[in-house]
Design a protein around this ligand. Structure first.
Ligand code: AKG
Ligand code: FE2
Length: 349
């Protein structure tokens, strides 16, 4: 990265609590990494990374803009996330949602000059967009760097070598479920739905507070337009983020990382955060169980999907009962305000 790029990034202030210990540029940048090395050093070691080169051939890099989304998806009915940046933002309470046409949200994104407000299309399912405008599927690709059993373009393989029989059985069950119907020339929209591809379109300033992704999945976040500041907290520090119960099936921090109340959440002051900036054309790898918070530094368009493979398939499988329990628990607590505006509280793909 050039110095001028770093200077430009520094010119947009991050919003993390100023007294937190933050390691700047702590995340490795890898250009077209060798898949075996990536699996060994990042997937199995659960280490986040920024990968460059994966999106070089994506037509999305030329095509995606607010105008492109207005032209092809303007009449989609969506839930717009309206964020008040001066209010507490934690996952489960990321601001209000309002039903509208995507074109109306894009207008708000374009004309927003109020630094205290941000507008977000948060995690909209890509397969619904592809059904609406099939041309979209030519615009992006799914990296197959680390084997993803949910990517049914490929037949999954069980690990070679010695694995204890209980673990092997678990992996077999997970593979059977995740990789069903694989290798038969599945359409892109089916693949997108199985890997839970989601789209994020928003104004400068949108915040996704600290969380770890649902069901212990890992994720790629591919940045097409604008920059995003990404904060990471390693899984071993989870107690410092005060997660809601049942954090393995979806980790939701209850501390507001921008304005923590240290009398309620004293452990947060000891947290060590790794920070990086994700630029257009770069793909962020978020490992299974890793906590992350993301804020847009510009008007932003990103695409994301989930990864379940050898390293996290058992975690995924063992979250299934936990998810049922969590649903019962949160219902008994009067429900949890959801994070996408969709009906189901955990419908966050
Ligand atoms: O970019 C965002 O706002 C959130 C993305 C995210 O958390 C993810 O893709 O897992
Ligand atoms: Fe996430």
């Amino acid at each position: 990265m050039t110095i001028s790029q770093t200077e430009q990034d520094a010119a947009v202030a991050g919003t993390i609590f100023p007294e937190a210990t933050v390691k700047i540029d702590a995340i490795d940048r890898l250009h077209n990494p060798d898949p075996e090395m990536f699996k060994r050093e990042y997937v199995y070691k659960r280490k986040p990374a920024i990968i460059t080169g994966l999106m070089d051939e994506w037509p999305a890099m030329e095509r995606w803009s607010l105008d492109y989304f207005r032209e092809h998806f303007g009449d989609l009915d969506i839930h717009a996330n309206l964020q008040r940046l001066d209010k507490e933002l934690i996952l489960g309470n990321v601001g209000g949602f309002r039903g509208m046409k995507l074109s109306a949200l894009l207008d708000e994104i374009e004309k927003n000059t109020d630094e205290g407000k941000a507008y977000y299309l948060r995690a909209y399912p890509v397969h619904r967009m592809v059904e609406h405008y099939p041309g979209l599927e030519e615009d992006y690709d799914l990296p197959d760097l680390a084997p993803n059993w949910a990517d049914i373009r490929f037949k999954a393989k069980l690990p070679a070598g010695t694995v204890n029989p209980a673990k092997l059985f678990g992996l077999y069950l997970a593979k059977l479920f995740l990789n069903r119907g694989s290798g038969k020339g599945a359409s892109r929209s089916t693949v997108s739905s199985r890997v839970a591809s989601v789209m994020f379109v928003g104004s400068k300033g949108t915040v996704t507070p600290f969380h770890s992704d649902g069901m212990q999945t890992a994720a790629y976040l591919s940045q097409v337009v604008g920059r995003k500041r990404c904060y990471f907290v390693s899984p071993d520090q989870h107690a410092k983020l005060y997660p809601r119960p049942f954090r393995r099936q979806f980790g939701m921090a209850q501390v507001d990382y921008r304005r923590p109340d240290l009398t309620r959440h004293p452990r947060f002051k000891d947290v060590v955060v790794e920070e990086t900036v994700l630029h257009p054309g770069e793909t962020l790898y978020v490992p299974s169980g890793y906590w992350h918070a993301i804020e847009a530094m510009d008007t932003s368009i990103s695409y994301s999907h989930q990864i379940v493979g050898e390293d996290n398939a058992l975690g995924w499988l063992t979250c299934i009962p936990e998810r049922y329990l969590a649903q019962m628990y949160f219902k008994s607590q009067g429900g949890l305000r959801n994070v996408t505006g969709a009906k189901d509280w955990d419908d966050w793909a």
